[in-house]
Design a protein around this ligand. Sequence first.
Ligand SMILES: Cc1ncc(COP(=O)(O)O)c(C=O)c1O
Length: 416
Amino acid sequence: MTASIDISDCRKHFPALERGDERGPYVFADPPGGTQVPRSVMDAMAGYFETSNANAGGPFRTSEETGNVIAAARRAGADFLNCSPEEVVFGQNMTTLCFAMARAIARDVDPGAEFVVTRLDHDANISPWLTAAEDAGASVHWADLRPEDCTLDLANLETVLSPRTRGVAFTLASNAVGSITAAAEVVRAARKTDALVVADAVHIAQHRLVDVAELDVDLLFCSPYKFFGPHLGMMFGRKGLLDELRPYKVRPAADASPNRWETGTLSHEALAGFTAAVDYIAGIGQAAGGGASRRAEIAVAFEAIAGHEAELSRRFLDGIGSIPGLTLYGIDDVERLYERTPTFAIRLEGFRPRELGEELGRRGIFTWDGNYYALAVMERLDLESSGGAVRIGFCHYNTLEEVDRVVRELRDIAGA
Ligand SMILES: Cc1ncc(COP(=O)(O)O)c(C=O)c1O
């Protein structure tokens, strides 16, 4: 039996979903930009301030409690990603962590080394490699996307790998067009070289179970604020690699992994909230039939989430099919719903993306427009110079009724 999800029960956890105006409840259609937060996450953050606010490592009660908060967050990260707590690194956000790692990796490569990035990626997994390569005298090679369905061009990826490749950075799913990358094939190709394999899991992590052991990657980044947690970045680093690379760090800070990669003081309140976010997801799994551990519950939760989200995608694709002047960029085939997330980039004839986003906003539908920092995607689709596209995204707490409402408003705006 496949796990299922009780959406109305899930929605009760999110105070923001109760907001609205005279037109009705707001539709939060920007989970790819950042998800709403359950009450338990807010309580955990406030609770930390109320009882345990301190720096870590001091010889007193609240400092010890802060140490426990950090340790609990590492265990939660380990359960979320399927690794050991020593392989979980926290930071301000994904972008900052990626810059730090790219710089540390490039520090030890020979001039003439090559890095591979992809046109499907958010710029946070591109610019760090471009700048680090420039500093190191290395070069960067681009793997293309296939414009017809906005998926990574695997054949093209093979052609840009070489014996000099030292890093392959790719995304597990596109925050712009929703395509899910055939990760096993990317890793298989990359492993034929000596490259470190680096995955961006920021977009996928709200939609699918992430398993670093199965993926066989060296580094993987995600951002808890994209999966119901607070603004924070998180990274998996293979233990041997975290020990071997040389971080840029201050001398008095711990020299052991994972702490050596966490420059300065962490946001302890965000770590408390992060653990609560992971527990929220595990709770979905528990409600859907459970599992023998938190990791198993998370796995069940994502099975349920993926099933619901496929229905959201089906409804949206069916609905927009007959709207005149509407163009969708990305997978539109309802036979391929599991190859995409419910994140859709669209254009409507007669409207610049910002104008369409504003009109949707006036109607209580909150979307994003432009390039959403997936600059390379918009350039490749030749949309960048004319305002990018409007991104309409859904996640597990969105309902079929909300999808219908978005489709209805789009149809109305199109004058159909
Ligand atoms: C796919 C993807 N990668 C990376 C990032 C950057 O994440 P952060 O805001 O944590 O730096 C984002 C943010 O939108 C994203 O969607």
